[in-house]
Design a protein around this ligand. Structure first.
Ligand code: PLP
Length: 357
């Protein structure tokens, strides 16, 4: 029997993935040159599909990296001369902040306890912070920040660059890229692919900033894939080094499948499944939703508190349903349920029925 993965990354593969992989094999995508027209057409196609899906305007470029965490470093190198500002409420947003320290940036932080989220009214951005680092979906705690709050914040601080980690939620959040300068994700979460590709979206204001930083001798933008170099190659839909051609192809195909369904439908289905799961947790005696504030509850990674999560995980595994354990030290009290497009309403209902047992 095949398992269904409700794990928050790597996750259940999107149902069309195997078909696209077979096509890629048939077309020998793994062997084509990244300097060929065939590759440029693949990059262009994936770029077009992601633009439609996420409503990305022409001011922004779309670049490929090895992972999302690589983008933490790239964006800090290229968009921060001295000071960054981080909203931290879990392990992933904290790592982003840690990267800033490691790169010798002066990193400001506003921190909330695990399980709590940020609202517009909580936030004062420090005067000299150049880059505001937001995490749309804190995968460790199951907390989301609403895009409306992000947009309001940018309107209050229009001169600062805003970057959004949308790794465990894209394409769900409806970001306004006329306000958001940069965002990034990796493919092993809600896009339903195996790990191995990061996607970095950044606008011309980010590019101009990187070019300005490169003029100073004392500050480096790094050696590997600086934004100006990525952008230069992007003009012809190429990459500085040999990229993951296969995955760029597959991402374009999955994004096309999402576009056929329509992003509005995908968002509605995500909300419908999340509602089913939260309702079950709210009504249950054995389980409780970890995040108490409804507006901060993640729609894509649902965290539940329960007495003996290891036992629950073992029992659901018997039924072929693989759940995520609580993050780090929360293993003993929590479990995580990924609600990505790859799992259907029927599969979520099946999981709820199992959990009721
Ligand atoms: C998984 C995750 C990352 C890291 O992604 P990688 O592809 O493993 O580098 C970063 N941020 C969030 C919110 C994540 O969930």
């Amino acid at each position: 029997m095949k398992n269904t993965y409700f794990t928050p990354g790597p996750a259940e593969l999107y149902p069309t993935f195997a078909h696209h992989l077979q096509t890629a094999m048939d077309e020998q995508i793994g062997s084509i040159s990244h300097r060929s027209k065939q590759f440029r057409d693949i990059y262009k196609f994936t770029d077009e599909q992601l633009r439609i899906l996420l409503n990305i305007p022409a001011t922004h470029g779309i670049f490929f990296t090895g992972s999302a965490s690589e983008v933490w470093e790239r964006v800090l190198f290229n968009c921060v001369e001295h000071e960054s500002f981080h909203l931290v409420n879990g392990s992933f947003s904290r790592k982003f902040y840690d990267y800033a320290h490691s790169l010798h940036k002066y990193a400001h932080v506003l921190e909330k306890p695990f399980g709590e989220g940020f609202d517009y009214s909580d936030i004062d951005v420090p005067e000299y912070a150049e880059l505001v680092c937001l995490t749309h979906n804190e995968t460790s705690s199951g907390v989301q920040m609403r895009p409306a709050d992000m947009h309001k914040l940018k309107r209050k601080y229009p001169k600062k660059l805003f970057v959004v980690d949308m790794v465990s939620s894209a394409p769900y959040p409806n970001l306004d890229f006329n306000l958001i300068d940069s965002a990034f994700f990796s493919v092993q979460k809600a896009f339903g692919m195996p790990a191995g590709l990061g996607v970095w979206i950044a606008n011309q204001t980010c590019l101009a900033k990187a070019e300005r930083i490169q003029k100073y001798e004392s500050i480096t933008t790094g050696a590997h894939h600086t934004l100006p170099v990525l952008w230069k190659h992007y003009q012809t839909f190429e990459t500085p080094a040999t990229p993951n051609v296969l995955f760029i192809y597959l991402l374009g195909k999955i994004a096309e499948d999402f576009n056929r369904i329509g992003i509005d439908t995908i968002r509605k289905q995500t909300e419908e499944k999340a509602k089913m799961l939260y309702k079950f947790l709210d009504d249950s005696k054995e389980f409780q939703p970890f995040v108490t504030e409804e507006r901060h509850r993640s729609q894509t990674v649902i965290v539940a508190t329960t007495k003996n999560p290891a036992e629950v995980l073992a029992a659901t595994k018997q039924a072929g349903l693989i759940l995520g354990s609580g993050y780090g030290s929360f293993k003993d009290t929590q479990m995580r349920i990924a609600n990505f497009p790859a799992v259907s309403i029927e599969q979520v209902q099946n999981l709820i029925n199992q959990l009721k047992k």
